[in-house]
Design a protein around this ligand. Structure first.
Ligand SMILES: O=C(O)[C@H](O)COP(=O)(O)O
Length: 331
């Protein structure tokens, strides 16, 4: 499984037609999302309970004629964008980072902006990030490049007061927001006693082979840390429980996370074996695209540029979305 394969190819996308119609709750540190059935009209609101919904059609994302059968058909297809965060200050120093909360370097900021350019014409309905700043910075910086100029808003559901105090009181403003759910389950694998150690010095001390096993094997954890298998137990479980239902309901989702939490999710999406995942390497700041269609994930690689013809040629509705965007920004 060559890592390069994850950075190429073209994309088939279904632009989504609705603002997020979901309710996001957090209890005991667990985020849960309950879907509001399509066709149920609700006032858009980021309420005290973190619920988003809308009656106001988005000028770009709304269907031109939204019959329920059409909506059903469309909900069979959704885009999933995965981005590993840009270079962090410990990536730069070649230190094991894991769950230590380290920000991006200037290069990492630039990588995130570049990633945003690549996906700037792809509609995004919901964003998931880990609870770590490097993933959150990446998601936010990428969205500064989005042509639609919707504002990513981090949901604060940690307690009732946080929910109440983060309410928005303008329907129009809410319509221009993208909910961002942060989840610790998407964090980098916990690197145990390697956190803060230099990768080269660790290889010199314990041997290149041992360090490679700690870094890339599926089931061997680093000392007192998480193996990829353990990381998958939380990251893939979160993906299945909370993100997949959003895709099923037709929403386009972006996930900004980490080398190993994303490796475990890609292992699930691409049905990789524990042998194949060993050679799966993810570059920082490269967006990867999947189409979720009829319950299957189809990998489409990464668009090389926002104008890449292949990205928009696959579905009629994406071409229409692109055309609407062009018209909107020309007028
Ligand atoms: O946590 C880290 O050090 C990196 O984000 C991932 O490191 P790895 O490439 O050693 O898994």
């Amino acid at each position: 499984m060559a890592s390069a394969a994850y950075h190429q190819a073209s994309v088939t996308l279904q632009p989504r037609c609705y603002f997020s119609s979901s309710c996001v709750n957090q209890q005991n540190g667990i985020t849960s999302i309950s879907l509001i059935p399509k066709g149920v009209k609700l006032d858009i609101a980021l309420t005290a309970r973190g619920c988003y919904s809308t009656t106001v059609p988005d000028p770009v994302l709304s269907p031109s004629s939204g019959t329920s059968s059409e909506a059903k058909k469309k909900s069979n297809e959704a885009a999933l964008i995965l981005i590993r965060h840009g270079e962090s200050m410990w990536n730069e120093k070649n230190l094991f980072t894991g769950c230590v909360d380290v920000p991006l370097t200037k290069k990492g900021v630039e990588e995130a902006i570049e990633a945003g350019k690549r996906i700037s014409n792809i509609p995004v309905d919901m964003i998931y990030t880990s609870s770590l700043i490097r993933a959150q910075m990446t998601a936010m910086l990428a969205m500064t490049e989005h042509r639609r100029k919707k504002v990513p808003i981090i949901l604060h559901d940690e307690n009732e007061q946080a929910r109440v105090w983060s309410q928005i009181f303008s329907k129009d403003t809410k319509k221009q927001c993208i909910p961002v759910v942060t989840a610790w389950q998407l964090n980098e694998r916990m690197y145990g006693e390697l956190q803060g150690l230099n990768k080269q010095e660790t290889a010199d001390r314990y041997g290149t082979e041992q360090v490679h096993v700690w870094r890339r094997s599926y089931d061997t954890p680093p000392p007192n840390g998480e193996s990829l298998e353990m990381c998958a137990e939380r990251a893939v479980a979160y993906f299945k429980e909370f993100i997949q239902p959003q895709l099923l309901s037709g929403k386009n989702v972006m996930i900004a996370a980490h080398g190993n939490s994303l490796r475990s999710i890609i292992m699930y999406l691409d049905k990789l074996t524990s042998q194949e995942v060993i050679s799966l390497e993810l570059s920082t700041g490269i967006p990867m695209l999947y189409i979720f269609k009829e319950g299957r994930f189809i990998r489409r690689g990464s668009p090389v540029a926002p104008t890449e013809a292949g990205v928009y040629a696959y579905t009629k509705s994406l071409a229409q979305y692109r055309q609407k965007l062009d018209e909107m920004f020309q007028s």
